[in-house]
Design a binder for this molecule. Sequence first.
Ligand code: KDG
Ligand code: MG
Length: 410
Amino acid sequence: MTATIRSAEVLISSPSRNFVTLRLTTEDGVVGLGDATLNGRELAVASYLRDHVAPLLIGRDAHRIEDTWQLLYRSAYWRRGPVTMTAIAAVDMALWDIKGRLTGLPVYQLLGGASRTGALVYAHASGADLEDLGDSVRARLAEGYRAIRLQVAVPGMGSGYGISSGRSTGGRYAYEPAKRAGLAVEEGWDSARYLRYMPRMFEWARAEFGPDVALLHDAHHRLTPMQAARLARDLEPFDLFWLEDCTPAENPEALRLVRQHSVTPLAIGEVMNSIWDFAPLIQEQLIDFVRASVTHTGGITHLRRVFDLAALHQIRSGSHGPTDISPVGMSAALHLDLAIHNFGIQEYMAHQPLAHEVFRTSWTYQDGMMHPGDEPGLGVDYDDDAAARFPYEPAYLPAARLIDGTVHDW
Ligand code: KDG
Ligand code: MG
């Protein structure tokens, strides 16, 4: 039984933001989709796929998922890194999608079947101040979310990270990280003010919303090891579900210091992309959640391997699900969430409605939980006519500067 790959197309569209999608088609016309979106660096992955990977795929058997993964990884010689691992991820997702469509099964069934009835998701709430944040949290609670990430602008700093004022958006959509501006927007950052304000925000949130809602926070790589240890310690009374990316990913040793001072659960990994990045953190028990995406971590095949390693150490999954993971990547994450045993939580930032004009999904949301649906494969279709209305537009992630003008981690 073979399913020969006839074509590999790289599709770029921008329905509210840029998405790169790989479409593989077999000789019999069976289609598989993969997400290849690397926010702000989209065309690098598009070229990697179009110029270097597509020629290797034509004529190969789409059923050989593991073999294709190993071939693309090992034969490139230049291994790992976000561009390579996103390109391989797109191929891997598309092959799982094809296998599902050929067998008539949703991908989660191919991964061993459901381990739960749905995946707990967390939404974003943010605001220009606590009143604005409160409106945003109440909107999420009214939608049924049981877990919410809180971000607020820090007084005196004028901004923060991940803020979309509820006042300007009616509280409906999460912030959009990439801006369609000519160059990266620059934001100010002051760690001292931030460190003083975050415990006050969480104290207010617990008083306002009680002990039951799971609360999360993203420090977005901005703190030194000692600052991160202090924040994690100061937030302990407020019982966070997790503190995310408290220090830059390049310095995993920093987490040892954070661990010595606090029992606040730590989530790390959205800019990492391989099991070799995660292995030391997992084996030394320095994290509580693997915070990676299917799209940037080599696809379903590779991320499952990371989650399985994490399971040996009672570390759970926490898949990245911002708007810059396309609906194809989001669907792949949901299939994995449903199948693995050590699932923790799934981020769901929710795409703008325009994105769903291009990507038709079959996932469902109810009462804070999502299900990938039972369509064969990943359950996502790509509408070429709709996509043609939204051509690629250059967009950049912001940069951060300290008050003296020094470039800082964004
Ligand atoms: O492209 C960058 C975004 O994915 C990132 O800023 C979002 O930190 C993020 C999150 O936790 O969703
Ligand atoms: Mg994050």
